[in-house]
Design a protein around this ligand. Structure first.
Ligand code: ATP
Ligand code: MG
Length: 446
C-alpha cells in the first residue's frame, strides 16, 4: 500500500545487491500510512556504514559521512538525499540527551525497539512489506501517540522525546495515550538537561501545528515547565460577556484560528498570558484586565529569552502582544497610525490582522463581527500601499539632512521633529511634500 519513491527503492536495492538487508523506516513510513507523502527518507540497514558506503558508491551514488559515529551516512541519489543508518540500539544516556554510545545490532526488530513511538517504529520493504512489531499501524489509524516500551524509562533515557510527542500531537492531530502522557509529565523536569536549541525547534513545530488547540490543551502541563503562567491560565474564568472559555482554552482557540506561521502563533500564545495577574472584578461582578497586554509582555520576555530566539523575532512577537487589544478603527488614518507604531512594518500589520481575526473567532459568537473588521483592515492596507501613502519615516518627503540644513542640531530632536511631521501627514494636517513639510517643521521648531 506504500509507494516508495524511485530513489528510495534504488538505495534499498544497492544495499541488498551487496548482500545486506535494508528497510525504509521512520517518518516516511508513518506519513505514507497516513496518506501523506514527502519528507525525508530514512533507511535502516544491516550494513556497517563503511560497507553501506561501498555499496552506494558501487551503484554510482555520491556519499557523505554525515554521522558515522551513530552509523549514519547520506547517499545522494538523483539529487535527493537518503540517510542510511546501521541497525543499532542506543547505550545508556547519562545526560538524558545523547546516548553515551551506540551498539550496532543484527536485526531490524532490535532497531525498531529503540525508536520513540509506535507510529515511528514501523519498517517497510517494497517486497517484504510492512514490519510492525509494536502495532504502530493500529495506533496511526486510531490517531494515537504511544511510547515504545515503558514510557517512563523511554522518556528518562531521552527527555527530548517528550517534546517530540507534543510536536507530533500538534502536527498530526493525534492524541497522546494515557500511560505515555503520564510518563511525559513525570519526566518533564528532565527537560532542564536537554539542549535549548533542540527544545526550541520542537516547540516551533508544536506552536505551528495544524491541531494546536487540542495539543495545547493536552500538553499544557509540559508547556508550563517553560512558561509557568500557563498553570494560572488554566481554569481562569474571565467573567466577561465576551469570553466563553478560560484563558488557556481561549488562547488555544486563538492559535488554532490563526495561520500557521511562528510570529503570529507565538504572539497568540502569549497575548493573554497577563490576564490572570491583571484581573479584577467590578461592583457588578464583571471582569476587567486593564493593562493585561503589558503584563503579558513581561511574562513573555523571559520565555523568549530562555528559548534563545533571535532578538528581532522576539521584539516582533512582543510588539504584536503589546498592541493586540488596541482598537484600530477601519479607516485609513487609524491604519496608518498603527503602521507608524509598528515602525512601518507591513508584515507586522498583517500579522496583527491575523491575530485580531483569530482572537475574535475565539470569543463569544456576538463578538464575531470583529472578524469583518480585521478583514476590512487588511483591505484598507492594500489601498494604502497601492496609493503609496506615507505611513513611516521612510515615506516622508523630508529626512534628517533637511533638518540639519535648517539648523537643527544633530541629536534626538531630529527624530522627534520627523516623527511629528509624519504624524501630521498621517492626520492630513500637512501635505507630504518637501516645501510644506519644511514650513511645518520650521513652525514646530522655533
Ligand atoms: P519528521 O516527519 O518530523 O521528520 P520523523 O519521525 O521522521 O518525523 P526524525 O527526527 O526524522 O523524525 O527521526 C526519524 C526516526 O528516528 C523517527 O521516526 C524515530 O523512529 C527515530 N527517532 C528520532 N528521534 C528519536 C529519539 N529522540 N528517540 C527515539 N527515536 C527517535
Ligand atoms: Mg524524518
Amino acid at each position: 500500500s506504500i509507494e516508495l519513491p524511485r530513489h528510495a527503492r534504488a538505495a534499498i536495492d544497492a544495499l541488498e545487491r551487496s548482500g545486506f538487508e535494508a528497510w525504509c523506516v521512520g517518518g516516511f513510513v508513518r506519513d505514507a500510512l497516513m496518506g501523506r507523502n514527502g519528507g525525508d527518507i530514512d533507511i535502516a540497514t544491516s550494513a556497517p556504514w563503511q560497507e553501506a558506503k561501498l555499496a552506494f558508491e558501487a551503484a554510482g551514488f555520491r556519499v557523505h559521512e554525515t554521522g558515522t559515529k551513530h552509523g549514519t551516512i547520506t547517499a545522494i541519489i538523483g539529487e535527493e538525499p537518503i540517510e542510511a543508518t546501521t541497525y543499532r540500539v542506543d547505550g545508556p544516556y547519562t545526560d538524558g540527551r545523547h546516548p553515551d554510545s551506540v551498539t550496532f545490532v543484527q536485526s531490524i526488530a532490535a532497531d525498531l525497539d529503540r525508536r520513540d513511538f509506535t507510529m515511528n517504529a514501523i519498517a517497510y520493504h517494497p517486497v517484504r512489506g510492512l514490519l510492525d512489531p509494536h502495532d504502530g499501524r493500529a495506533d496511526i489509524d486510531a490517531g494515537i501517540i504511544r511510547a515504545v516500551g515503558n514510557p517512563e524509562r523511554r522518556f528518562s533515557e531521552d527527555a527530548l522525546r517528550i517534546m517530540r510527542a507534543c510536536r507530533f500531537a500538534s502536527q498530526l492531530g493525534f492524541a497522546i495515550e494515557g500511560d505515555t502522557m503520564r510518563g511525559m509529565e513525570y519526566c518533564t523536569p528532565l527537560l532542564a538537561s536537554v539542549a535549548k536549541e533542540r527544545i526550541t525547534k520542537e516547540l516551533q513545530g508544536f506552536v505551528c501545528g495544524s491541531a494546536i488547540h487540542d495539543a495545547l490543551m493536552a500538553c499544557n502541563r509540559i508547556l508550563a515547565f517553560f512558561m509557568p503562567e500557563i498553570t494560572a491560565m488554566q481554569g481562569f474564568d474571565q467573567k466577561t460577556p465576551y469570553h466563553q472559555y478560560d484563558v488557556l482554552e481561549h488562547t488555544a482557540y486563538v492559535m488554532q484560528n490563526t495561520p500557521p506561521y511562528p510570529l503570529v502563533r507565538w504572539a497568540a500564545l502569549f497575548h493573554d498570558m497577563g490576564k490572570p495577574q491583571a484581573f479584577f472584578t467590578d461592583d457588578e461582578g464583571v471582569g476587567h484586565f486593564y493593562g493585561h497586554a503589558k503584563l503579558s509582555i513581561e511574562l513573555a520576555k523571559p520565555v523568549l529569552k530562555e528559548l534563545a530566539f533571535p532578538p528581532s523575532f522576539s521584539s516582533d512577537v512582543l510588539l504584536l502582544v503589546r498592541y493586540h487589544d488596541d482598537v484600530i478603527e477601519p479607516t485609513p488614518k487609524a491604519v496608518k497610525r498603527m503602521l507608524r507604531r509598528l515602525d512601518g512594518r507591513i508584515d507586522l500589520f498583517r500579522a496583527m490582522c491575523d491575530l485580531k481575526r483569530g482572537d475574535s473567532l475565539a470569543q463569544a459568537p456576538k463578538c464575531r463581527k470583529r472578524v469583518a473588521v480585521a478583514d476590512e483592515l487588511d483591505r484598507i492596507l492594500d489601498q494604502i500601499i497601492e496609493a503609496q501613502e506615507a505611513f513611516s519615516l521612510r515615506d516622508l518627503a523630508i529626512g534628517g539632512t533637511d533638518l540639519i540644513e535648517l539648523g537643527v542640531a544633530q541629536g534626538p530632536e531630529i527624530g522627534q521633529l520627523l516623527d511629528r511631521a509624519l504624524e501630521a501627514v498621517i492626520d492630513e494636517r500637512v501635505e507630504n511634500d518637501r516645501d510644506h513639510l519644511l514650513a511645518f517643521v520650521r513652525k514646530q521648531w522655533r
